[in-house]
Design a protein around this ligand. Structure first.
Ligand SMILES: Cc1cc2nc3c(=O)[nH]c(=O)nc-3n(C[C@H](O)[C@H](O)[C@H](O)COP(=O)(O)OP(=O)(O)OC[C@H]3O[C@@H](n4cnc5c(N)ncnc54)[C@H](O)[C@@H]3O)c2cc1C
Ligand SMILES: *[C@@H]1O[C@H](CO)[C@@H](O)[C@H](O)[C@H]1NC(C)=O
Ligand SMILES: *[C@@H]1O[C@H](CO)[C@@H](O)[C@H](O)[C@H]1NC(C)=O
Ligand SMILES: *[C@@H]1O[C@H](CO)[C@@H](O)[C@H](O)[C@H]1NC(C)=O
Length: 550
């Protein structure tokens, strides 16, 4: 229905519509200037002319939506109501990234940087904080060079972790890298927040296994480990993406993997004693042999009884060894699961990577080179770290809430092993000794309807409140790579130390203070900022803030 049918056509309405028309006209004019200026500036700062069509996509181009959506993993962040970038710039060579930083400053526009697009809140391709903004998409910088003799590889930011695994496998069947389970993660963003996977109990995080990095800083310089210094090199390995600069590439350390790896997935419903088994898992998950990683995937399911709901807990595991040794380990440490030979499948390490990622069996590993994600959803997620086993009555309360939810998903991820041997301040990722497991809460939906989204988000927030009793406290820790804007945001392009400490202490514990000091040193003008970036100390609050963080 037209609004003019509802209200008399008044001068106010005319004024209202005129203003809207003028506003949108002026924003088009502004964006054209921004695009034009940025494009020209890039070419002034590049050795070779970069034609518009080879590296830039503007909202006027037909391909704009498909390029924007290409690697955006959370459909919730692609809604029409969400602000779109003025331009997407896809650097073809490293010096284009330097030019992007220099030109963003010159033109006066904010940058969002994107590698694999898996940010939970879409911060690599949307912005509530700064408008207008452009995306610097690193998707075309994805070279990987593996050096088996040196046990290392250089990987450009735009490569997916699946491509990294494949390139290692191509050169050696007994080398691997301990990072994410989902193979479409971009290594650029992934390692900035920690990067855990099935081998974390033996080798730690991806970020624990980084040897060097190349980064473009706020002044547009390319720095490596030696020229950036140990402070900045520390900060980028776990301090969260997009606060300190644009990572061009990581040098990673390869780890040994056996030629035979064993996997299993054993589901248990409530009727099959899920509560007692999960209670037992909490006693052993972090103490098991370091070759063994058993996570628990929890969902609701239809019960055998028609119309009834149940909860299913699936024990999904990777073991760095043969099935017979695995059965010995399980018999000794976790017989309650009742694992048998026929639950176990032996395979190569790369096949186990694909099994855990959810590829159908027999998928050729070359599919990893496509760098595509297997699925996309609308979703909202949150995280917790658990330091005391959750008692059985706590689990019962949890089941009740899960059964009320609409396609809820929880993943419980065991710690211990190498994770508890690395000190909390070794890198910014602080969730180490004493953590039994991490919980990831996810709620998924499949359509753009606003009410559906609101219902799901409300449900997951309530679940998170319920779990406060069982989660870590002071602070209630959270994983920065599971970015959650419910924990707080920087307001109006301003970042305050006090405000940011609320989520900063959850993500980084005491390491937050050091991150702020480093930010102050390397990016005092706050060039690299977003809703949850590390703040430099604000000029006005400088003295007070300084005293506070020592
Ligand atoms: C389906 C799914 C599965 C996941 N599984 C795991 C898992 O198994 N283990 C795990 O640890 N995490 C996992 N994650 C979380 C994942 O590690 C983070 O979302 C990570 O930040 C993704 O990196 P990206 O490059 O793909 O994302 P992006 O969205 O491109 O980037 C994430 C953040 O880093 C910034 N950033 C991107 N590129 C750069 C760069 N080159 N330099 C500096 N900053 C940059 C972005 O601006 C953004 O703030 C998963 C996420 C999803 C959606
Ligand atoms: C995008 O539009 C510009 C003109 O506005 C054009 O020069 C360019 O070739 C287009 N790019 C693509 C990828 O279509
Ligand atoms: C499990 O261990 C017990 C002793 O602890 C042993 O008697 C039994 O044979 C073992 N079972 C298997 C399948 O290894
Ligand atoms: C930041 O805060 C100051 C006052 O505290 C305000 O004037 C300014 O508009 C805010 N936003 C930005 C982007 O600086």
């Amino acid at each position: 229905m037209e609004p003019s049918n509802l209200v008399p056509f008044s001068s106010f309405t005319v004024f209202f519509y005129l203003s809207i028309a003028l506003l949108s006209l002026s924003s088009i004019a502004v964006s054209q200037t921004v695009q034009e200026n940025f494009f020209q500036c890039i070419n002034q700062n590049s050795e070779l002319y970069v034609p518009f069509s080879s590296a830039f996509v503007s909202p006027n181009n037909d391909s704009f939506s498909s390029v924007l959506q290409s690697t955006a993993q959370n459909l919730r962040c692609l809604e029409p109501s969400v602000a779109k970038p003025q331009l997407i710039f896809t650097p073809l060579i490293e010096s284009h990234v330097q030019a992007a930083v220099i030109c963003a400053k010159e033109v006066g526009i904010q940058i969002r940087m994107r590698s694999g697009g898996h940010d939970y809140e879409g911060l690599s391709y949307i912005s509530d904080l700064d408008s207008p903004f452009i995306i610097v998409d690193l998707g075309k910088l994805r070279a990987i060079s593996v050096d088996i003799d040196d046990n290392s590889a250089w990987v450009q930011a735009g490569a997916t972790i699946g491509e990294v695994y494949y390139r290692i496998f191509q050169k050696s069947k007994t080398h691997g890298f301990p990072a994410g389970l989902c193979t479409s993660l971009g290594i650029g963003g992934h390692i900035t927040g920690g990067a855990y996977g099935t081998m974390m109990r033996k080798f730690g995080l991806g970020a624990d296994n980084v040897l060097d990095a190349r980064i473009v800083d706020a002044q547009g310089r390319i720095l490596d480990r030696q020229s950036m210094g140990e402070d900045l090199f520390w900060a980028i390995r776990g301090g969260g993406g997009a606060s300190f600069g644009i990572i061009l590439s990581w040098k990673i350390k390869l780890v040994p993997v056996p030629s035979i790896v064993t996997v299993f997935t054993v589901p248990k419903t409530l009727e099959q004693g899920a509560t007692k088994i999960l209670y037992k898992w909490q006693q052993v998950a972090d103490k098991l042999d370091e070759d063994l990683f058993i996570r628990v995937i929890i969902q609701n399911a239809d019960a055998a009884q028609k119309g009834e709901k149940t909860v299913q807990t699936a024990y999904n595991a990777q073991f760095l060894g043969t099935a017979s040794r695995l059965l010995e380990v399980m018999n000794q440490s976790f017989p309650e699961l009742g694992l048998t030979q026929k639950d176990c499948t032996e395979m190569s390490w790369i096949q186990s990577v694909m099994y855990i990622a959810g590829y159908p069996s027999k998928t050729p590993p070359e599919v990893l080179l496509e760098g595509k994600s297997l699925f996309k959803n609308y979703f909202k997620a949150k995280s917790d770290f658990v330091r005391e086993p959750i008692p059985e009555d706590g689990l019962e309360g949890l089941w009740k809430r899960l059964m009320e939810g609409d396609s809820p998903l929880m993943i419980w991820n065991p710690y211990g092993g190498m994770m508890s041997k690395i000190s909390e301040s070794e890198i910014p990722f602080p969730h180490r000794k004493g953590v039994i497991f991490k919980i990831q809460y996810v709620t998924l939906w499949q359509d753009a309807d606003k009410d559906t989204a609101a219902k799901h988000i409300d449900w997951i927030r309530k679940l998170y409140n319920y779990m406060a009793t069982y989660a870590s406290t002071f602070p209630r820790e959270a994983y920065v790579n599971y970015r959650d804007l419910d924990l707080g945001v920087n307001k109006d392009g301003n970042t305050s130390f006090i405000q940011a400490s609320v989520w900063g202490s959850k993500y980084f514990k005491n390491n937050f203070n050091r991150l702020v000091r480093i930010k102050n040193k390397v990016d005092p003008g706050n060039m690299f900022r977003h809703e949850q970036s590390i703040p430099p100390l604000a000029l006005t609050g400088k003295r007070r803030g300084k005293r506070m963080i020592h």
